[in-house]
Unconditional design. Structure first.
Ligand code: UDP
Length: 500
């Protein structure tokens, strides 16, 4: 198809991501999928964020897919930030995070104007832009709510909001069963997001997000039927709105190693990175990958516990560490640790950002310690890996339950409290003995861990099939695009009747 020629029947879709990797990466992948299947796609973002995915967009465009990026100026100076700091992952302190969020909010009017200029047939917007529900209403077009986590977590959160099972408790550690779920899932009030547990300043914002979902045309999940069919069903029935699971989107559009290595990051990968040579020298399934996602920066005391826990487990590991402000005091500890691990050939540290997709797919990787971010979960299970679950904040504690209690491919390290990294105190939440125990269990060859590994491999097979022609996710995507096209045609017909 010649993408320079506008086609009156072609669907024009705007994607509006929220600038944090866990939301933006899967939305860019989804936008690329829409373009691959014939929709004309515009992604609205800012300069520094565009740099993290523009190569993939350019390569898709040269392959004939109608996709482009519309770039806005981030108001860095107005909010007191350096140029280029435009993503939540760039925040190394609570103050910086506040400024970045403020800058994102200031873009609202410009985005609204762009919507009017571009006259799309549909907008797919991140859940963190609830205001776009009004924009879609004004334009008379459908809004798709992009929920960047599991159906399970959305259902669990909605049910807890509705029934508030935790409210009558005297203790924050008392267990309750989440009402209305098909399985009996136990949690404590401390596992819940702070805005639900205590109703704080963030509560109205999250309530607006849930309201915007109800008023949307439907919800788009980066998930797949074989993984969470009961919850997909429940999501439709409890919320009464349509939903489509079209994942795992990452495996669908990032098939070759080059695409995997540049995904979500500005810098190119070194030709022969040290970690790759090291992994190549290791036996299959003998290395544990340890990552807490794109945002979390752990306190020094916790880093020390992890280092000791990994060392005494005796297993090989690759550990991704993100620095935070004031970390200088702990630097010599980590330098010594890194040096010692190199000498005994047990471990490798990657600073700040790792090419996660490439690493997870390496045959030497046998398991992961994950903070239960949804993308990391999908990427790990697509690689057939069992997980040690170490949730930190937001909906990650629900995701942990999905892994440990429903899918049974995760072993909990035993975290007790939901806390955002920027307000975590300086103490360690998990001790070295607990870390060591979980690692030895997961990476060992006991019956239970072998069974967990087999279940993870079965899910990896299902993840591959679902995105192939005829698979559930594949069909859902095609059906959604067709439905949006029919809506476009009906709107055009209605307009021509009214005009005549
Ligand atoms: N990611 C990566 N390298 C890193 C950290 C994160 O490639 O060093 C990617 C990861 O593969 C995933 C996303 O960033 O796609 C993080 O999303 P997730 O939902 O796992 O967690 P979050 O960062 O939102 O807490």
């Amino acid at each position: 198809m010649d993408q320079s020629q506008p086609n009156q029947y072609q669907l024009n879709v705007i994607f509006l991501p929220y600038p944090t990797p866990g939301h933006m990466i899967p939305m860019i992948d989804t936008a690329r999928l829409f373009a691959k299947h014939g929709a004309s796609v515009t992604i609205i973002t800012t300069h520094a964020n565009a740099l993290t995915f523009q190569k993939a967009i350019d390569s898709d465009f040269s392959s004939g897919h109608p996709i482009r990026t519309q770039v806005l100026q981030f108001p860095a100076a107005q909010v007191g930030l350096h140029d280029g700091v435009e993503n939540i992952k760039d925040g190394t302190s609570p103050e910086m995070l506040g400024k970045i969020s403020c800058g994102i909010m200031m873009l609202q009017d410009q985005i609204e104007l762009l919507f009017q200029d571009l006259q799309p047939d549909c907008i797919v917007t991140d859940m963190f832009h609830p205001w776009t529900v009004e924009s879609a209403a004004k334009l008379g077009i459908p809004r798709l709510h992009f929920y960047s986590s599991s159906c399970f977590s959305n259902c669990a959160c909605q049910l807890i909001r509705k029934y508030r099972p935790h409210e009558s408790f005297v203790s924050d550690t008392q267990k309750f069963i989440i009402p209305g779920l098909p399985e009996s899932i136990e949690m404590t009030p401390l596992h819940l997001e702070e805005w639900i547990r205590t109703k704080n300043y963030a509560t109205p914002y999250f309530e607006a997000i849930f309201e915007s979902e109800k008023r949307s045309y439907g919800t788009l999940y980066n998930s797949f039927h074989e993984l969470e069919s009961d919850y997909e069903q429940l999501s439709k029935s409890t919320m009464g709105i349509k939903c489509w699971s079209v994942g795992p989107v990452s495996a669908w559009v990032n098939k070759d190693d080059e695409k995997k290595s540049i995904r979500g990051h500005t810098e190119d990968l070194a030709k022969e990175p040290e970690w790759l040579n090291w992994l190549n020298s290791k036996q299959n399934e003998s290395v544990l990958y340890v990552s807490f996602g794109s945002l979390t920066r752990l306190p020094h005391a916790q880093i020390v516990e992890i280092a000791h826990g990994l060392e005494i487990s005796g297993h090989n590991f690759i550990w991704v560490i993100r620095k935070k402000d004031g970390d200088e005091n702990g630097e010599s500890f980590l330098q010594d640790f890194e040096q010692r691990m190199k000498e005994i050939n047990k471990g490798c540290i990657i600073w700040n950002w790792a090419p996660q997709l490439l690493i997870l797919d390496h045959p030497a990787i046998g398991g992961i310690v994950t903070h239960c971010g949804w993308n990391s979960i999908l990427e790990s299970l697509s690689a057939g890996l069992p997980m040690i679950t170490w949730p930190m904040f937001a909906e990650q504690f629900y995701n942990e339950k999905l892994l440990t209690d429903v899918l049974k491919i995760g072993v909990p390290v035993g975290v007790k409290e939901n806390k955002f990294w920027a307000i975590i105190d300086e103490e360690a939440m998990v001790r070295r003995e607990e870390i060591m125990k979980a690692v030895v269990f997961l990476m060992g060859s006991g019956q239970e861990s072998r069974e967990m590994r087999m279940r993870a491999k079965k899910l990896a097979d299902a993840a591959k099939r679902t995105i192939e022609e005829g698979g559930h996710s594949y069909n859902n995507l095609i059906q959604l695009i067709d439905e949006l096209k029919s809506l476009k045609i009906s709107r055009a017909l209605e307009k021509s009747i009214l005009d005549n």
